[in-house]
Write a protein that binds this ligand. Structure first.
Ligand SMILES: [Cu+2]
Length: 148
C-alpha cells in the first residue's frame, strides 16, 4: 500500500500544480480595492450601510438620519451577529463594556436632516453598526460591516 500511495500523491500534486499554472490571474479578475468611506442611513428603526465592505485604515462614515427620531451611530468590533450583541442589564440597549464587543467610536445626537460624519481607524475584521439609544437596537437598528 505504501508503495502505491507515494506515486499517487506525487501525481495529484503535479495535477494540482499544472491545473493552476495557466495564468488566469493577470487581468481577468481585477477586484477593485474596497473604498475608504461608507454611507450610512439611520432611521426608525434600521441602519443601512453602503458599501458593506470597506478598506482597513482610516474610514469616513457619512451619516444621514432620515428620522423621525434623533439617532446615534456606534461602531463595535465583534464576531457576534448584528442582532445578537450582549444587552445591558436594564435591557434598553447593548452593553458597551461587554468583552464580546469592542466599542470603537461613536457619534451621538444625529439630527434629522443634518448630515454628520464620523472618522474611524479600523483594522480588518467584522463589525456591527448600531444605534444605542434606549430601545433602538432592539427595534432593529443594527447592520454588519466588514473591514478588509
Ligand atoms: Cu436610534
Amino acid at each position: 500500500m505504501k508503495r502505491i500511495l507515494g506515486p499517487i500523491a506525487v501525481a495529484l500534486a503535479l495535477a494540482a500544480c499544472s491545473s493552476s499554472s495557466p495564468s488566469t490571474t493577470p487581468s481577468t479578475n481585477t477586484p477593485s480595492p474596497p473604498p475608504s468611506s461608507a454611507n450610512v442611513v439611520l432611521k426608525d428603526f434600521a441602519v443601512s450601510v453602503d458599501p458593506t465592505t470597506v478598506a482597513a485604515g482610516a474610514v469616513t462614515f457619512n451619516l444621514t438620519n432620515t428620522g423621525p427620531s434623533v439617532h446615534e451611530f456606534v461602531i463595535f468590533k465583534t464576531l457576534l451577529a448584528p442582532d445578537a450583541l450582549p444587552l445591558a442589564k436594564d435591557g434598553t440597549g447593548v452593553s458597551e463594556d461587554d468583552p464580546q464587543v469592542e466599542h470603537i467610536t461613536e457619534k451621538e445626537d444625529i439630527k434629522v436632516g443634518t448630515p454628520a460624519t464620523l472618522d474611524a481607524t479600523l483594522v480588518a475584521g467584522k463589525y456591527v453598526l448600531i444605534c444605542n439609544l434606549p430601545g433602538h437596537y432592539k427595534a432593529g437598528m443594527h447592520a454588519p460591516l466588514t473591514v478588509a
